[in-house]
Design a binder for this molecule. Structure first.
Ligand code: AMP
Ligand code: MG
Length: 426
């Protein structure tokens, strides 16, 4: 019989120290590629985008109406004849003094005109004369969008290290860029560990053996990685045999920047990932002072000399806890910044906003706690009733986390720091 000695209780590492230590090990990827602007959402720019033109290219109208010389309209009711019609995308003739031009939104301003009178402030003159009553005196510049008011030539419109957003794609396109230079996608191999895990679809719910559970972590981890621009090799559940584990890790290390696993990093746990990573590289098991999410592992796996240019750098290894909420929270607070840094992007954890708690926490925890909460219609925060690290419903019901320091209780109405999932999952 093997007697397991309880592991000595290691001092807890703070989340800030864990993050700093993790980020300190990243060498940002140097490879970059040119991708179609259409496909560049959430990718990180590898170079500054400098505008070769001004946007908009010409002064143009921001209203449907009439372009005028403001000096021609000194009092309401002036009648001007319409000397031309300018639609968006068509060139304008210089505006003859004492006349106006019918103009549409986005159409270039005719030379000489300095204001637009909106259609609603005009009235067509009846009969054969093609003219309009101008019923409002325009200010010079009224309803005119100036050339270059969005972007001037030569400016850095989007910077290297910036992550592209849908608006960013539009802005790049407005400069005429059909392709943009972005940092290569991090290549991530994803493994799950645990003999109890079954893939949905393999066994129907009614036939699940006692103790078996469906692998849920694999689903959200893959989606989270993809949102961060990673190319994911989903290697499924690693067979619980030493040789198979070693072989899977070795192959993954050669072709990936990170091996990410969930489960099997608790103190004293028996599984093959830990000794295999230790054999092929190094592994540190951290006990992080956070809840959920205490056990966490960082390590590296050496690459084969044949692994090409990347052989000089070992492959990163991160082992997340198995409990689904622990896995989820440690991903967003630690792995996300790690992957952003790997792409040379800003790694700031989103800044919390202070919101009133519409709940209480009467028992202070020894660890910094990330509570699953939801904003309510009164502008406060409601707490999900079951904060257990196994209850994934809390992360679906919630729209964010309260970052509650260790040793702190919360009274109803207290201002508490709230981090929204919208930002943490972006
Ligand atoms: P571990 O970190 O391996 O000790 O696992 C902690 C808890 O999380 C156990 O109850 C596991 O059954 C559960 N767990 C581990 N991996 C997964 C997974 N991929 N999906 C769902 N639950 C998991
Ligand atoms: Mg396990």
């Amino acid at each position: 019989m093997t007697v397991h000695q309880p592991a000595a209780r290691a001092p807890l590492m703070s989340l800030d120290d864990a993050l700093a230590s993790l980020l300190g090990r990243v060498v940002p990827l140097s490879a970059f590629e040119s991708v179609a602007t259409f496909d560049a959402d959430r990718r990180v720019l590898a170079q500054d985008l400098v505008s070769a033109l001004q946007v908009p290219p010409n002064d143009n109208s921001s209203m449907d109406g009439y372009a005028v010389r403001s000096v021609d309209v000194t009092a309401p009711g002036v009648v001007l004849s319409v000397s031309q019609r300018i639609a968006a995308g068509h060139a304008a003739e210089p505006l003859r003094p004492g006349t106006c031009a019918r103009i549409f939104t986005g159409a270039p301003m005719p030379e000489g005109a300095d204001a637009v009178v909106m259609q609603e402030d005009t009235q067509e003159v009846g009969g054969n004369i093609h003219g309009v009553h101008i019923n409002a005196v325009p200010q010079p510049g009224q309803w005119v969008r100036r050339a270059g008011e969005d972007v001037t030539r030569g400016t850095v419109v989007l910077s290297r290290g910036q992550r592209l957003t849908p608006a960013g794609l539009g802005l790049a396109a407005s400069l005429g860029l059909a392709h943009v230079p972005v940092v290569a996608r991090p290549r991530v191999a994803l493994f799950s560990t645990g003999d109890e895990l079954v893939m949905p679809g393999e066994v129907p719910p009614q036939d699940m053996k006692p103790g078996a559970i469906y692998n849920s972590n694999r689903f959200f981890l893959r989606a989270l990685l993809q949102r961060l621009g990673c190319e994911v090799s989903d290697l499924g559940i690693v067979p619980d045999r030493r040789e198979a584990t070693l072989a899977a890790l070795k192959t993954a290390a050669d072709h990936h920047d990170l091996i990410l696993t969930s489960g099997g990093v608790s103190v004293g746990e028996e599984d093959h990932i830990k000794p295999a990573v230790q054999q092929l590289g190094s592994l540190d098991l951290w006990q992080i002072g956070m809840k959920p999410g205490k056990p966490f592992a960082y390590g590296s796996v050496h690459r084969d000399a044949g692994a090409g240019a990347s052989a000089s750098q070992p492959c990163h290894f991160i082992g997340l806890p198995g409990n689904p909420v622990s896995s989820f929270v440690t991903f967003v607070l630690l792995v996300r910044p790690f992957l952003l840094r790997l792409q040379g992007a800003s790694t700031d954890i989103p800044k919390p906003v202070m919101l009133p708690a519409h709940f209480t926490v009467t028992r202070a925890d020894k660890r910094r706690e990330f509570l699953r909460v939801r904003r309510n219609a009164e502008g406060g925060l409601d707490l999900f009733p079951n904060q257990s690290s196994g209850v994934l419903t809390s992360a679906v019901w919630g729209d964010g986390l309260v970052d509650n320091p260790a040793g702190v209780t919360i009274a109803h109405g207290d201002s508490v720091p709230y981090l929204s999932f919208a930002e943490l999952l972006a």
